[in-house]
Design a protein around this ligand. Structure first.
Ligand code: SF4
Ligand code: SF4
Ligand code: FES
Length: 328
């Protein structure tokens, strides 16, 4: 079957490649052919200047993530014929949220630097507890809590589709945070609290806007958002609350407890505090002009507030009982 492809080209070292452009190719696709095999056949038979990354060809090394018809996927595990039948076209582009170096190859340096920032290794206690002479075994249940985060192949697909990263380049991003959970969630880890403190700083766990793209696009089921939510809960449990994210969560919980709904008018003030809220005045005026400003009178207490408070009391009781239960 003949398939026409459009591939985004870019080569800053040549005069006509300095601006990205799309080049058309055509291939004879066979049943089961992957997008990576199509790229390799173009490079071998039609255009040796076409640049892309690949190594294992078996969804293991994470090298070949690209955008296929607008969605980030591994080229080596995506069959070209069904993909073409679905989209009625075949447009290949480099992944997003990364600087393009040439054609489909992007700069992974910032990706590795962010990974480095979360210190991707286990921090065991500096001195072993007295009497410990053997290796530490972890239970199946404890291993399960971090299992999903161990599957990462560092392909960058999650970062490519991350809405928060698109807006804020300094955000650590889903791949690095999934790796952070891999170690914070490990029962053998001792440096967890310190790590959580750093991860709660600006551009860490609280930058995520929970769009779920990182879960949707991860080819390995790592679920970075699950990791981020676990990191957030753990940080709050550890009392790391002097940051906008934790304050925002607390403001939400308290607002529902107080009036039975989210009092958006009070949320900004409670999250940012007086000084930073004043800095939001220009933004507030803009919202007002567009009819988007939440007004206090829109959030009166609901009628059956007692029922909401009963739920809170029940959660508190359950948490208290759970803390009392001996671990093991
Ligand atoms: S859920 Fe959070 S980390 Fe995941 S893609 Fe969306 S904003 Fe990024
Ligand atoms: S979390 Fe998934 S999508 Fe993100 S880098 Fe790891 S394997 Fe790739
Ligand atoms: S070539 Fe290794 S994951 Fe695709």
């Amino acid at each position: 079957m003949k398939i026409d492809l459009k591939i985004r080209r870019f080569n800053p070292t040549t005069k006509n490649g300095r601006e990205p452009y799309y080049q058309a190719y055509s291939i004879e696709a066979s049943e089961g052919m992957t997008v990576l095999e199509a790229l390799m056949s173009i490079a071998a038979a039609q255009d040796p200047t076409l640049s892309f990354r690949r190594s294992c060809r078996s969804s293991i090394c994470g090298s070949c993530a690209i955008k296929i018809n607008g969605f980030t996927k591994l080229a080596c595990s995506t069959q070209i014929i069904p993909e073409h039948e679905k989209a009625h076209e075949m447009v290949l582009e480099p992944i997003a949220n990364h600087t393009v170096l040439k054609d489909l190859i992007v700069d992974f340096d910032p990706f590795w630097k962010k990974l480095d920032k979360v210190k991707p290794y286990l921090m065991p206690p500096e001195t072993q507890p007295e009497g410990r002479t053997k290796e530490v075994h972890i239970s199946e249940k404890d291993a399960e809590a971090i299992d999903h985060a161990q599957k990462c192949i560092m392909c960058g697909s999650c970062n490519s589709e991350c809405n928060a990263l698109e807006i804020e380049k300094k955000y650590l991003g889903p791949a690095a945070l999934a790796k952070a959970w891999r170690f914070v969630g490990d029962v053998r880890e001792e440096g967890g609290r310190k790590r959580l403190g750093r991860l709660s700083d600006d551009h860490g766990i609280w930058d995520c806007v929970r769009c779920v793209h990182c879960v949707e696009y991860c080819p390995k089921g790592v679920e970075p958002l699950t990791a981020i939510e676990r990191l957030r809960s753990r940080a709050i449990q550890e009392g790391i609350k002097d940051n906008h994210g934790a304050k925002h969560v607390e403001a939400m919980v308290n607002s529902v407890k107080k009036v039975g709904r989210l009092d958006e008018a009070a949320m900004t003030f409670k999250t940012l505090g007086l000084l930073r809220s004043l800095g939001m005045i220009p933004f507030g005026l803009k919202m007002e002009m567009h009819g988007k400003m939440p007004h206090p009178h829109l959030f009166p207490q609901i009628k059956k507030i007692d029922e909401v408070r009963t739920i809170y009391a029940e959660i508190k009781r359950k948490n208290k009982n759970a803390k009392k239960k001996p671990k093991g």
